[in-house]
Design a protein around this ligand. Structure first.
Ligand code: GLA
Ligand code: ZN
Length: 677
């Protein structure tokens, strides 16, 4: 049971724009027939419908929507209703040009596209409020409507004077005095001292672009502005008397907003997932994708929604590749395995014109239900019905990786050891993949989130330590936690000022070392980490490293591996320090994946942390969800061939898939249900 959405069904459906088809009643009839056939139980409506809902200022036309919602309801299909603020009608920008966005070069955009509006503009806020209130009054308590979809894929930033003024106010709240701000941003450097908040301007490629504190605070401000706008939209709905849950749909690895700040703004997180399947081996795409699911789930640490995915091929990626048979099913069930309570598509019916006319859909231009894609979608629908009891169950990870937006912003802006590529995301992936290959569920959190519940916490390249982070880590380790930190961590505070007195700041005693220098390697240059004979972890292999090599001075740590070459040959490359009841590990260099796989396996063994399966063949993904009583074990084969595998079927029920011959077919998913231990 998903208590937030008050449903015990996994949702299956997606973006539906019937307003494009009002002149074709027979098509609208067919839609309902096909939805039922494909086991579609939800549609997301109203996304980008503003000019159909308010064709003239103050004239609201909701009849068409009402008719459709009624029809859907009668047919047992629920609605996630969107606020239409993702795109505006032309009359609105013509009459009130202030609603249009100003770019960083200080030019106001023309009307067009979507997400081309200012989140500060009082007019835009007022028009959105009115629209949302009208919608909420009309449909906000309709039994078909199960949730609110706020806007669509918030993103971008506005540099208009109204936003600049808000930025200055935001800074005043944060720093109180201009002296505090000057100190925090180190403005004595290059004579950039401000006398007054009124002098501050947003970063621009035509002006200030290298004041790192300013850049970082601007990014934080853009997030806060967007979250504030989200709350403004929700408030209108609440003021009109609708208390249905809300969601925002987030995007893959989007850097423009710190998504963690939405955790408290909405009731449930959702996201739009468009992997480029078949570009590399499917299991590699699946791991990358799995990490994004886990990032989204970890924002609220509860089930999320897959708001969009493509049933066929997209039309905006460089190559619009078809999904091979079975791929849609595997990808869809992967979302469920990682904690989604839905598989929703963009789009249910393919639009006839404009920029997404060739984007894949459940029903294409041909218009029949006898297509390959329609059949694959139907199969997903059937499987989701079979898995209905999983709705609302949770993921209980014992391992986590820190992947922090703000630290990433700062690190990638700082001119430092390797301006041509630090590979932060890749370094997080290495830790995450190492956990997942052991069959461990993993959360991917930011540094402000609680991590007491984990047995192992990895913090790769955590350049920024916010206030209190090192204290929380010290406690975690003292209480028995296993903590893994890497090179280029704990370097700066939260306004990007370098810590004085040694790094990793505040953790030198926990790690038993100090980082003294960091060597950057040219592309193609390599070093190695050679295990120290008899090291207590039992690390056996020599591994390659590249990009960054940290040179550390040991106080109490034990050295597990040393560098193989260069002037720092023989110096520590991997260390372990006992601290209280736990241990702190330090990875000195950017090692290849195999190093992480070996190391994390050994560390997990030391605390007896076991994945859901002992032996996981390559390309198989193992993930679990739990209710109080049961564990649901998802075993997914992301190879295109069958694989022999030993599954713990004793006392378990095979809820989905076929395991009769002791193997799992290519792109197949097996779900086992067993009593929680
Ligand atoms: C995004 C948007 C949708 C649509 C799809 C196409 O996720 O939210 O409106 O444009 O992309 O893939
Ligand atoms: Zn603005």
């Amino acid at each position: 049971m998903n208590k937030i959405l008050n449903t015990n069904k996994l949702l299956h459906g997606g973006d539906y724009n019937p307003e494009q088809w009002l002149a074709y009643p027979e098509i609208l009839e067919k839609d309902i027939e096909y939805f039922k056939k494909a086991h579609i139980n939800e549609v997301s409506m109203g996304i980008f419908s503003w000019s159909m809902l308010e064709p003239e200022e103050g004239k609201y036309c909701f009849e068409w929507m009402e008719e459709i919602i009624e029809k859907l309801y009668k047919n047992g299909i629920s609605v996630i209703l969107a606020t239409p603020s993702g795109a505006r009608p032309k009359w609105l920008s013509d009459k009130y040009p202030e609603v249009l966005r100003v770019d960083e070069t200080r030019h106001r955009n023309l009307y067009g596209l979507r997400h081309n509006h200012c989140y500060t503009s009082p007019v835009y806020r007022e028009k959105t409020r009115r629209m949302n209130m009208e919608l909420a009054k009309k449909f906000g308590n309709h039994p078909a409507v199960i949730a609110w979809h706020i806007s669509n894929e918030y993103g971008g930033e506005c540099h208009c004077e109204l936003c600049q003024e808000e930025f200055r106010n935001w800074l005043k709240d944060r720093y109180i005095t201009i002296d505090n701000l000057n100190r925090a941003w180190a403005t004595t450097f290059w004579s950039h001292i401000y006398q007054d908040f009124s002098q501050i301007e947003s970063p621009s490629s035509r002006g200030e672009s290298t004041l790192h504190g300013l850049n970082l605070d601007w990014k934080r401000f853009v997030t806060d502005r967007t979250v504030d706008f989200t709350k403004h939209e929700i408030q209108a709905i609440r003021d009109a008397g609708s208390y249905k849950p809300t969601t925002v749909n987030l995007m893959y690895d989007y850097q423009g907003l710190n998504y963690h700040k939405f955790a408290d703004a909405v009731d449930i997180i959702s996201w739009d997932n468009y992997p480029q399947w078949h570009k590399k081996e499917e299991y590699l795409t699946a791991m990358d994708n799995g990490m994004q699911h886990d990032i989204m789930r970890s924002i609220q640490k509860k089930p999320f929604l897959l708001m969009e995915s493509c049933p066929a091929a997209t039309n905006w990626q460089p190559v619009s590749k078809l999904k091979k048979p079975g791929m849609l099913n595997a990808a869809s069930l992967q979302a469920i395995a990682h904690g989604s309570d839905s598989v929703l598509y963009f789009q249910l019916r393919q639009s006839q014109g404009s920029s997404e006319k060739f984007h894949g859909a459940v029903i294409d231009h041909y218009g029949g239900d006898d297509t390959r894609v329609f059949k694959e979608v139907t199969k997903v629908g059937e499987d989701l019905e079979r898995l209905a009891e999983i709705t609302g169950t949770e993921t209980k990870a014992k391992a986590a990786v820190v992947f922090d937006w703000e630290s990433r912003w700062a690190m990638e802006d700082a001119q430092g050891p390797r301006n041509k590529g630090l590979f932060y995301k890749e370094s997080v992936e290495k830790s995450y993949y190492a956990f997942r290959k052991l069959g461990l569920d993993a959360d991917v959190i930011d540094m402000e989130q609680d991590f007491k519940e984990y047995q192992i916490l990895a913090a790769p390249m955590l350049y920024m330590f916010k206030k209190g982070f090192s204290e929380r880590v010290s406690e975690f380790v003292a209480d028995g936690g296993q903590f893994i930190l890497t090179y280029w961590s704990g370097i700066v505070d939260e306004t990007d000022l370098c810590y004085l007195g040694g790094t990793p700041h505040g953790l030198m005693d926990v790690l038993g070392l100090r980082s003294t220098e960091i060597d950057a390697l040219y592309d193609g240059e390599e070093n190695t980490g050679i295990p120290v004979p008899g090291n207590m972890l039992g690390i056996e292999r020599t591994w390659k490293c590249s990009n960054l090599c940290d040179l550390v001075e040991i106080s109490t740590a034990d050295v597990m591996a040393v560098y193989g070459t260069d002037f720092y040959q023989g110096m520590p490359a991997l260390t372990k320090n006992s601290y209280g009841k736990g241990n702190a590990y330090y990875i000195c260099a950017d090692f290849e994946q195999g190093f992480y796989d070996e190391l994390y396996k050994k560390i997990a063994e030391t605390v007896n942390l076991k994945g859901a399966l002992d032996d996981i063949p390559e390309g198989i993904e193992v993930t679990t969800r739990c209710s109080e009583e049961y564990q649901y074990l998802f075993v997914q084969n992301f190879n295109r061939h069958a694989v022999k595998i030993s599954l713990p079927t004793d006392g378990a029920e095979v809820l989905l898939g076929n395991y009769d011959d002791g193997s799992i077919a290519g792109l197949e998913t097996i779900v086992l249900k067993r009593k929680n231990k």
